[in-house]
Design a protein around this ligand. Structure first.
Ligand code: FAD
Length: 394
């Protein structure tokens, strides 16, 4: 298909179904119907095969569709790049599981969460002690997870659990897509420094995972996890943590606007700081474009770690420049001080990107080892049977 024909088709679709002025589906159709139409048209995941809602398009044509959607602020397209749950299940799920959940994931009717971190297993994720034991028709799970974003509303979770204790830690893990709404799952909210409460502790006591919900091979979970983590880092590298403040592009404007309305746009030192903040964003966009090109070839790109680390620096840096612009007023908080309240929220929320999905230090380790080719960090228990490691023996 020629690019012009594809663009014409997408524009005709959007003209029919999307109100570009009001930025919502045209009268008579709600968000759910619109998402279904996007899926049926093959625009949700255009690079996937027709069997699974796609159109077999090459990555650059898939991006054309995404760009047309973005130009009118329509949603639902480009999920072959951003939907970590759907992409992980497409890559590693059984056909039965794909039939059960892919459509719901791509129309946002299914919410999911990530059951990875545990007390004692965050950066060293391969040290998880939550166990999944085989039964006649699946698995039964016992353990505790923590920092689980969105667990209260999720119907399913990507779960990392130990299925073999007698092999080294990375080799005894399996990856599952576990139903959350069942008696063995107890979700308890945690409160964040921002005042939000997005994440939770999750206690698993006899939760059941059907056989069809194993992703990849039994004890091959570490490999599947890398695919899911790469998508997460890509999304975070694009600034997912900025959602309350709007997109990264809006932020470019807002630093300049803030300085202008504070009467400080002529301050040479401040101008330099703003220019540096904007330059980091520009560089990050270019790096992300590289990372996406690698992902489109089917590689879990380590460049994603660069993007996530850069976004962490950008978010902390932007908040610092804002504090500089506001001066002493940046100490104020509350509804009556919207500018400084927003700045304070940004400063605190920046930690989401520098901790979630692997901390800044861990991204640096990944970049050192996999991008720069430096020697691996020493890990004394890497080759021991997990049962004999420090995580179990203390
Ligand atoms: C907003 C947010 C949302 C989250 N959502 C989820 C979620 O949905 N699901 C989920 O499973 N988890 C989630 N997490 C948890 C997150 O993945 C972990 O917090 C993170 O991996 C760090 O683990 P930890 O907190 O156990 O810290 P630790 O691993 O104990 O690290 C403590 C400190 O030591 C440093 N450190 C540790 N090891 C090394 C090393 N080898 N080299 C150098 N420095 C090191 C770390 O960088 C960090 O500064 C979320 C976290 C946040 C902040």
């Amino acid at each position: 298909m020629r690019d012009e024909d594809l663009i014409a088709e997408v524009r005709a679709f959007l003209n029919t179904h999307w109100d570009a002025k009001k930025k919502r589906p045209k009268a008579g159709g709600g968000a759910k119907e619109f998402r279904h139409r996007v899926l049926e048209a093959g625009f949700a995941v255009p690079s996937w095969t027709a069997e699974w809602f796609g159109r077999n398009l090459a990555a650059d044509q898939a991006r054309l569709i995404e760009r047309e959607f973005a130009a009118v602020a329509a949603y639902g397209a480009g999920q072959d790049k951003t939907n970590l749950f759907a992409n992980t299940i497409l890559a590693a799920g059984t056909d039965a599981l794909k039939r059960e959940v892919l459509q719901g994931l791509l129309t946002s009717e299914i919410d999911s969460c990530l059951l990875y971190s545990e007390p004692g297993a965050g950066s060293d994720l391969a040290a998880v002690r939550t166990r999944a034991d085989r039964t006649a028709d699946g698995w039964v799970v016992q353990g505790q997870k923590v920092w689980t974003s969105g667990a209260r509303t999720a119907q399913y979770a990507l779960l990392l659990a130990r299925t073999d204790w007698d092999v080294p830690k990375h080799q005894g893990l399996s990856f599952f897509y576990m139903p959350m709404k069942q008696p063995g799952v107890d979700v308890r909210p945690l409160h964040q420094i921002t005042g939000d409460s997005h994440f939770n502790e999750v206690f698993l006591d006899g939760a059941v995972v059907p056989e069809a919900n194993l992703l990849g091979n039994e004890n091959g979970g570490w490999k599947v996890l890398q695919t899911a983590l790469a998508y997460e880092r890509l999304v975070m590298g694009e600034g997912a943590g900025e959602r309350r403040q709007g997109s990264g592009k809006d932020n470019r404007k807002s630093l300049i606007q803030m300085a202008r309305s504070a009467g400080r746009l002529g301050d040479p030192v401040l101008r330099q700081k703003i220019a540096q903040a904007l330059a980091y964003r520009q560089l990050n966009d270019l790096n992300l474009a590289r990372a996406k090109a690698e992902m489109a070839q089917g590689t879990a790109s380590p460049i994603m770690s660069l993007g996530k680390l850069a976004m962490s620096r950008i978010l902390h840096g932007d908040a610092a420049v804002m504090a500089d612009i506001l001066g002493a007023a940046s100490l104020l908080d509350g509804e009556e001080n919207p500018e400084s309240a927003d700045m304070n929220y940004r400063a605190l929320n920046a930690y989401m990107t520098s901790i979630g999905g692997g901390t800044d230090q861990i991204q640096r380790n990944i970049i050192a080892e996999r991008v720069l080719g430096l020697p691996r960090e020493i890990e004394v228990d890497r080759d021991l049977p997990f049962r004999d490691s420090r995580a179990v023996k203390g």
